[in-house]
Design a protein around this ligand. Structure first.
Ligand SMILES: C[S@@+](CC[C@H](N)C(=O)[O-])C[C@H]1O[C@@H](n2cnc3c(N)ncnc32)[C@H](O)[C@@H]1O
Length: 301
């Protein structure tokens, strides 16, 4: 089914120029167990946790728009609960509605081996003190323990590279390669939402880091980003296709594109999905291959 729907969507998007989203990011809550220095979701008001019913409506709305992939975001998704329901009930709901695949992004401070998402992304912003510097003391140790306790190899990690952790990128890539529990790493750059500007990585250093990542990728390291997509992130001067993902925020606001666009962040965007989408839409085979591999991933149980 996925392999019929994707070419159909691509034809409509690229040839007929119909801007229908393919994937959805739903913030199910902005309640979190961490206070990360770089976080763009955190706010001063009391946290909001959406009800199962609200999430059901948002999933159905997105499905009706044509999206078939959903990423449950937070806050911390593993904290979501309602009358004995947990994140797995949302995953099953999405599948029942018809989504092909579900993704959860977690800070891994709580055990998550039970999570039934097709893809689980753990946010890992460096090793040891590099991670703790951004996410708080003891967070790396808890993350490592919960990853080591996994009964199967079903997670990838996401590093957000910033001015305080960029020197740790090579070590982190080596760590991922050697880990018996981690499949791959995806690298992104800090996007300087208000109050987090000091973490923005200087453009010259960003280019150096990107070239480093490309070298590792070409040597066969398990890096999710494609070479074509990474190259686009060197100066952000490319046509964006960010309408491919619609966003539904913790307060229920429905955005047809990334939150960064509304916040005027595109010139400083570090979300490498932007480069990946540009490359897919421009028929870059390495990116299409990376995307298909990601989408076709089956959970190994
Ligand atoms: C907001 S968190 C929520 C999920 C979960 N609590 C976690 O920490 O992974 C989702 C992802 O957004 C990333 N993120 C947060 N603020 C960011 C920023 N300013 N620029 C780029 N990525 C950011 C985080 O590192 C994380 O990988």
């Amino acid at each position: 089914m996925t392999f019929l729907y994707l070419p159909f969507w691509f034809f409509k998007a690229r040839i007929l120029r119909k801007k229908h989203p393919l994937q959805t990011v739903i913030f199910i809550s902005d309640h979190c167990n961490l206070r990360c220095k770089h976080c763009h979701v955190i706010s001063d008001r009391p946290p909001i946790t959406k009800s199962y019913e609200t999430i059901r409506e948002e999933l159905q709305y997105s499905y009706d728009l044509g999206t078939r992939f959903v990423d449950f975001e937070g806050g911390e998704p593993m904290l979501w609960q309602e009358n004995g329901r947990n994140i797995n009930d949302l995953i099953r709901l999405a599948k029942k509605i018809g989504f092909f695949s579900t993704t959860v992004t977690t800070n891994a401070q709580l055990p998550f081996d039970h999570c039934e998402a097709d893809s689980i992304w753990v946010s890992l912003d460096g090793l040891e003190h590099f991670h703790d510097e951004i996410r708080g003391e003891g967070t790396f140790a808890r993350l490592e323990k919960n990853i080591n306790n996994l009964t199967r190899k079903h997670v990838s990690v996401n590093m957000v590279v910033n001015s305080s952790n960029y020197t740790n990128v090579p070590e982190l890539i080596e760590y991922v390669k050697q880990s018996p529990k981690i499949k791959s790493v995806s690298l992104n750059f800090h996007t300087p939402y208000e109050g987090t500007e000091s973490l923005l990585l200087d453009w010259k250093l960003r280019k150096e880091v990107i070239n480093q990542i490309i070298t590792y990728k070409k040597r066969g390291y398990p890096i999710m980003n494609s070479v074509s997509g990474m190259k686009k992130m060197i100066d952000n001067s490319f046509k964006d296709y960010c309408w491919v993902t619609n966003f539904i925020l913790p307060d229920g606001t429905r955005l047809p594109e990334c939150t960064g666009k509304t916040a005027g962040m595109c010139d400083h965007c570090g979300l490498c999905m932007a480069g990946e989408m540009h490359s897919v839409m421009n028929f870059k085979l390495d990116t299409i291959w990376a995307g298909l591999k990601l989408r076709a991933q089956l959970r190994i149980r």
